[in-house]
Write a new protein. Structure first.
Length: 276
C-alpha cells in the first residue's frame, strides 16, 4: 500500500486530468467514486487499474478482500490531496481508476428480443446517466450514441448510472450509420416525437426495436432523416406540457417494451403449459 501526498506525483496528475474530457480521452481512463460503483466495476469485465482512498480510512471488509484477491494496487492519499481528486462536495472515501473499454466498432448481433436506444446529441450528464441506469434495470444492453452526446465516462454520468455503465454496451457512431445498419438487419426504429401521430401504447415492440431520442432542446430532427428508416412515436401530454424530459421518455418506452414482452412470454408459457 502506497501513500501519496504530493500534487506533483505523476499518478495524481493523471487522476486530476480525468476530470476533463480531454484527459479521459488521452489516458483512456475514468473514475468511479464510492464503494458501490467500485463494487460494480470489480464485478464487471472492466479493468480496475487502481484504488485510491482517503488516508484516514481503514481498508477492511469484503470489498477490500476482493481488491486484494485481484491484486489491484491500493493507494492512500492524504486528505487534503484526496479532495482535489473528486468532483463532489462531499466526496466518498474511495475512488476506482478504471480503464475505458475499447470502442465498439462492430454492432451487436440481432435476435428476436433485441432492444436498444439511439441517443442523439444528449448533452446533460444527469439525463444520460439516468437513461443508462434505467436501461440496465430493464435488461436493455445496447446503447448507441452519436457525436455531440456527453461523454458517458464523465464523473457525473458515471455517478448517475449507479453502476449501469459497467453493465451494458455503448456504441459510438454517426446517426446515418446506425440507421443504415438497423435497416439492413430488419430492426424497427421509432423516434420519440411530441408531434408523433402514432401513440406508443398502440404499437408493437415485441420484435427487434430501437428507440431514437434526441437532444434536450431540439428533440429529434426527423426532417433530415429518411422517413423509411424512422417513424415518429408520440407520448400523450394531456396536461398541456410541451414535452417530457428525455430520460422520462426513455423510461416510458423501455418499460412499455418490457411490459409487452413479459406479457407475450407469459402467454406463450401458459399456452405451452396447457398443451402438456
Amino acid at each position: 500500500m502506497t501513500l501519496l501526498s504530493s500534487r506533483d506525483n505523476p499518478l495524481i496528475k493523471t487522476i486530476i486530468s480525468l476530470k476533463t474530457k480531454k484527459g479521459r480521452r488521452k489516458h483512456q481512463l475514468f473514475l468511479a467514486e464510492g464503494p458501490h460503483l467500485l463494487e460494480e466495476a470489480l464485478a464487471s469485465t472492466f479493468e480496475v487499474r487502481g484504488v485510491f482512498t482517503n488516508g484516514e480510512i481503514l481498508c477492511c471488509g469484503a470489498l477490500w478482500e476482493y481488491v486484494e484477491k485481484k491484486r489491484i494496487p491500493v493507494y492512500h492519499v492524504s486528505p487534503r490531496l484526496y479532495a482535489e481528486l473528486t468532483e463532489t462536495e462531499n466526496p466518498q472515501d474511495v475512488l476506482g481508476l478504471i480503464a475505458q473499454p475499447k470502442e465498439q466498432t462492430v454492432f451487436p448481433e440481432i435476435e428476436q428480443g433485441f432492444m436498444g436506444l439511439i441517443l442523439d446529441q444528449i448533452q446533460d450528464p444527469g439525463n444520460l446517466g439516468t437513461i443508462i441506469r434505467t436501461s440496465w434495470a430493464a435488461g436493455l444492453r445496447n446503447i448507441f450514441i452519436t457525436p455531440g452526446t456527453v461523454d458517458p465516462y464523465s464523473g457525473k454520468v458515471v455517478r448517475s448510472t449507479q453502476g449501469g455503465i459497467f453493465n451494458l454496451q455503448i456504441y459510438p457512431s454517426s446517426l446515418e450509420k446506425i440507421l443504415s445498419w438497423a435497416a439492413s438487419k430488419g430492426v424497427k426504429v421509432w423516434a420519440a416525437d411530441p408531434r408523433g401521430v402514432k401513440l406508443y401504447y398502440q404499437q408493437d415492440f415485441t420484435g427487434p426495436t430501437l428507440f431514437l431520442l434526441g437532444n434536450e432542446a431540439r428533440g429529434c430532427n426527423l426532417s433530415n432523416i429518411d422517413q423509411q428508416l424512422v417513424e415518429g412515436l408520440g407520448i400523450p401530454l394531456p396536461g398541456g406540457a410541451e414535452s417530457l424530459n428525455v430520460s422520462i421518455s426513455a423510461g416510458i418506452l423501455i418499460y412499455e417494451t418490457l411490459r409487452q414482452r413479459l406479457l407475450q412470454g407469459t402467454l406463450e408459457g401458459e399456452a405451452s403449459g396447457a398443451k402438456r
